[in-house]
Design a protein around this ligand. Structure first.
Ligand SMILES: NC(=O)c1ccc[n+]([C@@H]2O[C@H](COP(=O)([O-])OP(=O)(O)OC[C@H]3O[C@@H](n4cnc5c(N)ncnc54)[C@H](O)[C@@H]3O)[C@@H](O)[C@H]2O)c1
Ligand SMILES: O=C[C@H](O)CS(=O)(=O)O
Length: 469
């Protein structure tokens, strides 16, 4: 499959990169290894398309986004199958992601028509003051492998809705879903050059875009480490920047919690996408008095999860994305065991890239799983004596993306939610992400928001107009 620049498939003749199914190891396709030249071609195409696309009425852009939304719906299953084959997640999670990804297009098709300005009372009678919002321009998006569709539409939908054009570098492991989405955008009548997708050498492509003054916005989703590199590079040309980075979500289960719900929500958060999700529960803090009941119920629920090829309808957890991912999870399990943690269930590596969902108890703060993003199916349980201790430990991290709190006491929920240093707090809810709400992190989990009306501001410039009459 070639990449997509200026409405045309291109990249033939370039060196290619294999796209591999992590469940089987089979090469399912290849994509061109684009680099600086192709990055510049994409930026040129997006810059050329900018004036006409931004010159459309918001309602006209909205109509084209709606057609894209409808075409994605018509191709829902093919997109989901492609995603599972290149990323590994279960087919029902892939279907869910296509729906989730498409909900951003639906939401921003409407939101783009509500980018309002304002008038400001002048200090003198001979002036009129206005504030307007205009598209930032060409947007470069660099996205991760764990959500091959949603991490793209969560950026591209608001960008297009307000009149920006886009150049996208999807993760090397999962380019096919992105390319299919781009192909459907042209069929929807979104003009050539509005969405461009380049596959290949990440650092060379992003370097070209960071240096290019035609690129006015860099939006990145991925690890905190890479995010810091890109933040530094973007500063050379003072680009607007959005960073959706790593997480290390705590789950805090208070003594008065509905334990059955807490277990259900913790399993949903922890083992979604096999734990390869930025908002996954990474640490589970349980009040001492309910540890035994919570742990036994969690063990039972985890042991019901089926590991297998994501294309099998009854699979809950597919393979990890690669060997490094498997090695990291195993290293976190072995580190915890070496420091005295007990394996409640799982702990074993299966064939290939498959891992048994694992719960360990008796976990302490020095263990790697309590400080590094595990990004895999490992649920560490640690107990606490007081709410103050739980909140302090939950906040004791460089990350600040998602956190989860379980209690029946609404006042306590609000009071403690306000103490959690995170951009997202799920109260009795392990799955807060939705298109109409702002998603993003505090501290080293990122800058900016995606989703909701906050997410559209990331692609707008503010202009103040002073008129002397
Ligand atoms: N906050 C969020 O919304 C969110 C969402 C999904 C994933 N993530 C985070 O992303 C990470 C997992 O994704 P990943 O492994 O793809 O992350 P990653 O940072 O390794 O890669 C992300 C993207 O950056 C590219 N990239 C890698 N090195 C680069 C470099 N030096 N210069 C330019 N581009 C480079 C990759 O090819 C990919 O397209 C986890 O830390 C996860 O928490 C965060
Ligand atoms: O992995 C990161 C995604 O942003 C998670 S979610 O699908 O948005 O919850």
């Amino acid at each position: 499959m070639n990449f997509f620049i200026n409405g045309k498939w291109s990249g033939s003749g370039l060196e290619t990169i294999d796209v591999t199914n992590p469940a089987t190891g089979d090469v399912i396709d290849t994509v061109p290894r684009g680099s600086t030249n192709e990055a510049n071609e994409a930026a040129t195409a997006a810059h050329k398309a900018l004036q006409s696309w931004s010159g459309l009425a918001a309602a006209e852009r909205s109509n084209k986004l709606e057609k894209w939304f409808n075409l994605i719906n018509e191709n829902h299953e093919e997109l989901a199958q492609t995603m599972t084959k290149e990323q590994g997640k279960s087919i029902h999670e892939a279907r869910g992601e296509i729906t989730y990804a498409n909900s951003f297009i639906k939401w921003y098709a409407e939101e783009g028509k509500r980018v309002y300005g304002e008038t400001i009372p002048a200090s003198t009678p001979d002036k009129r003051l206005f504030v307007t919002k205009q598209p930032v321009g060409v947007v470069a998006a660099i996205t991760p492998w764990n959500f091959p569709a949603a991490m793209i539409t969560r950026k591209v939908a608001p960008a297009l809705a307000v009149g920006c054009t886009t150049i996208i570098k999807p993760a090397t492991q999962t380019p096919l879903t992105a390319l299919k989405l781009a192909e459907l955008s042209v069929k929807a009548g979104i003009p050539e050059g509005v969405i461009n997708v380049v596959t290949g050498a990440s650092s060379e492509i992003s370097q070209a875009w960071q240096e290019d003054t035609r690129v006015r916005k860099l939006t990145f989703t991925g690890s905190t480490e890479v995010g810091k590199t890109l933040m530094s590079g973007a500063s050379e040309t003072v680009k607007k920047i959005s960073l959706e980075l790593g997480g290390h979500a705590p789950v805090v289960v208070l003594e008065d919690a509905d334990i059955d719900n807490a277990v259900q929500q913790a399993v949903g958060s922890k083992f979604r996408n096999g734990g390869q999700t930025c908002v996954c529960a990474n640490r589970i803090y349980v009040a001492e008095s309910i540890e035994e009941e919570f742990t036994n119920k969690l063990k039972k629920a985890v042991e019901e999860l089926k590991v297998g090829n994501g294309l099998d309808e009854d699979t809950d957890i597919g393979p990890m994305i690669d060997e490094d991912a498997v090695d990291k999870v195993i290293s976190h399990i072995e580190d915890a065991k070496s420091q005295g943690a007990k394996v409640v269930t799982g702990g074993a590596k299966k064939d290939g890239l498959f891992l048994t969902p694992t719960v360990v108890s008796g976990v302490t703060e020095d263990m790697a799983c309590m400080n590094e993003e595990t990004f895999g199916p490992l649920a560490p349980i640690s107990t606490f004596k007081t709410e103050e201790e739980a909140i302090h430990r939950a906040n004791n991290t460089i990350y600040g993306l998602a956190s989860y709190l379980f209690t029946r006491d609404v006042s306590k929920a609000i009071r403690l939610a306000e103490k959690l240093e995170y951009g997202i707090v799920g109260l009795n809810d392990g799955g807060p992400s939705t298109a109409q709400a702002p998603f993003g992190g505090w501290k080293q989990s990122g800058i900016g928001r995606e989703g909701g009306h906050h997410g559209i501001d990331e692609f707008l410039e503010t202009k103040y107009i002073s008129l002397k009459i």
